[in-house]
Each structure stands twice: as C-alpha cells, then as structure tokens.
Design a protein around this ligand. Sequence first.
Ligand SMILES: Cc1ncc(COP(=O)(O)O)c(C=O)c1O
Length: 475
Amino acid sequence: MINDPLGDIPLDDLRRGLRRSADLIADYLEGVSARPVTPACKPGDVRRGLPPTPPREGEPLDVILDDFGWIADHSTHWPHPGFLAYFAASGSGPGVIAEALAAGLNVNAMLWRTGPAATELEGLACDWLRGMMGLPPTFQGHINDTASVSTLVALAAARSAPRELRIRERGMSGRPDLPELVIYASEHAHSSVDRAALTLGLGLSGVRKIAADAALRMNPAALDAAICADRAAGRRPLAVVATAGTTSTAAIDPCAAIAAICRREELWLHVDAAYGGAAAICEEMRPAFAGMEQADSIVMNPHKWLFVPIDSSVLFVREPGRLREAFSLVPEYLKTQDGAEQNLMDLGVALGRRFRALKLWMVIRAFGSEGLARRVRRHCAMAAEFAAWIGGRPELELAAPPSLGVVCFRVRAGDDADERTQRLLAHINADGAVFLSHTRLAGRLVIRVAINGLRTTDATLDRLKEITAAAIGRK
Ligand SMILES: Cc1ncc(COP(=O)(O)O)c(C=O)c1O
C-alpha cells in the first residue's frame, strides 16, 4: 500500500506505535504500586516538562511516546491498589483493549445507520447488565459518559413527562401559568442532582433536601411531609431521586418506601445507583436495593465499580419513549429509511456518540457475571474487615455504619476531633502508599475509605492499618 504523504501515518508506524504503547501500558500497570498514589507536583509542573509550542512538522511516534513517561509520572494513579479516595475509576485490561479497538473503528453512533454494531452492542451490553442486576426486562439502557449526564437526562425526561405542563413546546421562561417545579433528594444525594436542577431551569430552590435517618438514608416520612407542604403552597412536585449508595457513606435509601410515595403522588422516581448499583449483581446483596426495580429511571456507572474504564454510565429507563418525547428532533439530513428501532441520538442531549458499549461488553465477557460479582464481594468483605479493625481501636470511631465498600471513621470525639482527624488524614496520605479522601457528616470531618479498585488486596489494607496505627502513635 502506497503511503499518502497527506494522509495518515504509515500503517507500519501505527503497528510499531501500538506495540510500544501496549508495553508502556502493561509496564505502567506492573509498576504502579511502587509509586506514590499522588504525584509530588505543583500546578504548572506538567507543562514545564513538555514542548511549549507545536512542532511545525510532525515528529516520529517514538519521540512522542518518550514523553509518556513524564505524563505518567505526573498523573494521579487511579489504578494504584492504594487509591481508596472518592470512588476509584477501576479500569481493567479488557477495558483498555476495548478502548483502543473503539478508537480504531472510530464510529459515531448517532444513528443505527452510522453505527449498527455500536448501537446494537449498546443495547446488548445494557440488557446483560440489566439481567445481572436483577432488573425487569421493561428497562432499556443506554450509555452516557457520566452519572451527572445520566441524571440530567433522566430529570429532563421527568420534566417533560407531565404533558399538561407543555415544557417541550413552550419551555419555562415567561410563563405565569407554570407552577414552581420541585425535585426531592436526600440531604446526602450527589451534587449532580443540584446541577441537573440548575441546567433544567429549576434552580437550586427547586431541589428539596430531605433529612436522613440515623443510618444516613432518606427518611420517607420526611419526604412525604415535604411533598405535602409543597403541594399546599401551590408548587408542583416533579421527581424524587433516591440514592442507592451515597457518595459519602454508601448508604442505600429505602427505595421501596420511596417508590410507594412516588406511585401515590404520580412522581418520577430516579434512582442514583451510580456507585452502589454494582453490588446488585451479587444476588445476596440485592434485598438492600428492594424497590429500585419500581423506578422510572436508574443510573449505574460501570466505570465506578465494574472495572470498565471511565467513561461508562448506563441509564436504564422503564419507558424509553419518555426520553424520545423529551429529546427527539430529527432534522432532514438525519432522516433514514432503515426502520431501525433505535437511534441513540434520540435518547439525550448529544448527537454524536462514541462506541462506549465495546468496553462494557468486553469487560463482562472477560470476567463473566460471577467473576465480576466475586470481585465486588471481595471489596465488601475487605471493607467490613477494615471497619472491624477501626471499631477495635480506642482512639478511633466509625463515623457511619459501614456500607458496601465504604468505611468512614474519625478520631474519637473531643473538642479538637476535627483538627486531629485532619492531621491523621494528612499523615496517612503523606506516606504515599494509600490515598484517602474526606467528607463531612453532621458537620464533623470524617476520613473516608472506598474499596473498589481491582488491584486493592488485603496487603493494601494491612499497609493502611500500619500507617494509621503509626500516625495515631505519633500524635
Ligand atoms: C452517588 C453518585 N452519583 C453521581 C456521581 C457523579 O458521577 P459522575 O462523575 O459519573 O458524574 C457520583 C460521583 O462520585 C456519585 O458518588
């Protein structure tokens, strides 16, 4: 094949570059545990080590790939076994391979016609996941980049659902006939709910934060009372967001009780199972999610706890027609005669869609549903064991009931408990072997350990205990 000087790089260069990249990735993953989880760099350091201007003529791939070392050295190592902060975006080998293959195909699956395989694999992989989570076949899934977008899309559908409001046709501005619309979520719900309200024109005042019980789960009686109060004041309740695995403590809201209220009040129920939903693939853990299957929409992020590289957020909707009612617009140039049941562009804001399904499909195939469940179980068991260790330390206390893979703890109460907890967190993170984050519960600072990384083992937790014990001893 003749190389076109104005075309792509020669295929032999591509092959060589991919082979070297395969080694770079595998070497990186092989050595990642020897690195500190977070790099010792300051803002601006990364740019200082890289060419400041673009080259006039193209550089050889080898020269460019030489800079990968610098980039890796200045990355926070999410695949590190000691990454126990936030929720690790726990990628895996099959997911890495799928990302490269998807880039090779580079399809834009806006229509079935522009990406038949991408469109149908998205349906297939989401159907598999739905079955693995024990959800009824009425739910249809599609994949967004993040849970924030999935929740935005779900709440946009909820906003369009009451047809008498005529939101689709008339929008929301300049409408004295439109009552104030309200969304309900627990005080521990993720900020993506507030952000969706900002984006959808409900404003922050359109989000009612519902008090949680002692286990930090939404209190259904408080939800009921808030809905009644809003109706009495002439406002229009629209939707409830229940969280199945909150960001701070992995608490699971009582979905069945919340679903009963939503049914009675004719409100859309969206379940944010972005993190916790992965645990529903373990049959014995499914009772904790009872009621989730009654939702109108559910978001679950395989990139949080199902070993699919970021970005992979599945939005399941009971009546996908609701999404089409909210979003479908087909300009002339996108009309087709294919008779396809589904064009992904009809399901949300984006027209262009990358082939996100390939990595979910490959990860499920490579590990199997039981293989994935075993890994999730191991993380929960490690969290329970670590929580028991905290419970046995007189200087420390659990700050919330341990749930799924999350353990929250702090230095035992006292006037300066917050400062001492902050110092303890700084000591632990300074070691470099682990990386923890914090949250605040009832106004008090709390250290948070989230175990969902594929490379995290008992040895990681032993090291965390060692560092924690030493740091307590030092204070
Ligand atoms: C419960 C929950 N929902 C939503 C999100 C937002 O996720 P994303 O980054 O995919 O938008 C998070 C993030 O951690 C989360 O914990």
